[in-house]
Ligand binder design. Structure first.
Ligand code: ZN
Ligand code: ZN
Length: 268
């Protein structure tokens, strides 16, 4: 089994830290980890946060603090080079989780060209500057036009996929982090995203991150989104969005069951 989304940022770049993650992975039958880092922890990626920083005071302070502690990308890429020379009992990949905004296609391309990462996964963390998944600025669905939000969210996702910059699409259900589940019928949107993923040879994450990090009660993508992905033959990678070794591989087995069940149902 694969865990395609594991963050290293809470520890230092050393082999012992990697080994801690591997211990938990082995105990949960994971044989491949995709390690990645958020672009917001690197100095070189600061332009990706221009719009979100201007959005409100909380976000401005949040990013200012991140920037004060930001490290050069080279610290990470040097570490990757070192780890590539080591031997591990499971397969490891190293990449980036990039905050996608349509304004920064060129910047993302530049970041991508700075190093030959194993993969780049694109995330929608902002809708037109609004960082909707920050625990320090929770929101209530009653105060928003959910249909508008979801349409925009899926539109951004489609643009991300069509940008041809990424290997995968991260946690496609993160807008529901505070319980605002999509209510309308978005099958046409899911199908459009699924077709684009297939055409661009990209994977989509089936992520337990929301369940682990936000206590979301719905595991992974919605049944309808999963159906669209399966029918379009999109590669689906299970991912925990772990930020600590203890969370690696969590709920991956359960998500594999969900995927197999759906595959049987839709005849794949
Ligand atoms: Zn994310
Ligand atoms: Zn993440």
């Amino acid at each position: 089994m694969v865990d395609a989304h594991v963050h290293l940022e809470k520890g230092s770049y050393c082999i012992e830290w990697i080994q801690e993650f591997i211990q938990y992975a082995l105990s949960r039958n994971i044989n491949e980890i995709y390690f990645l880092e958020h672009t917001h922890i690197f100095k070189e990626c600061s332009s990706l946060y221009d719009e979100m920083s201007c959005y409100n005071e909380y976000q401005n302070n949040w990013y200012r603090k991140k920037y004060e502690n930001a490290r050069p990308l080279k610290e990470y890429t040097d570490f990757i080079d070192k780890m590539k020379k080591e031997r591990f009992p499971i397969k490891l990949k190293f990449g980036l989780e990039v905050c996608y905004s349509p304004e920064h296609i060129k910047d993302i391309e530049n970041i991508k060209n700075m190093y030959s990462f194993d993969f780049l996964v694109g995330s929608i963390h902002f809708i037109d500057g609004w960082a909707f998944s920050h625990k320090k600025q929770p929101w209530r669905k009653e105060n928003y036009n959910l249909n508008y939000l979801y349409k925009r969210y899926y539109e951004l996702m489609y643009e991300l996929v069509e940008s041809n910059l990424f290997s995968g699409l991260a946690h496609p259900n993160s807008l529901q982090c505070f319980g605002a589940y999509p209510i309308g019928d978005y099958y046409a949107e899911y199908n459009k995203i699924a077709r684009a993923l297939k055409e661009n040879n990209m994977y989509i994450e089936e992520s337990s991150g929301l369940a682990i990090n936000y206590g979301d009660t719905e595991l992974g993508m919605s049944g309808k989104m999963l159906k669209a992905m399966i029918l379009q033959n999109v590669q689906i990678l299970t991912a925990s969005d772990a930020h600590i070794p203890q969370d690696v591989g969590k709920l991956i087995c359960e998500m594999n069951d969900l995927i197999s069940k759906a595959e049987k149902e839709y005849g794949r």
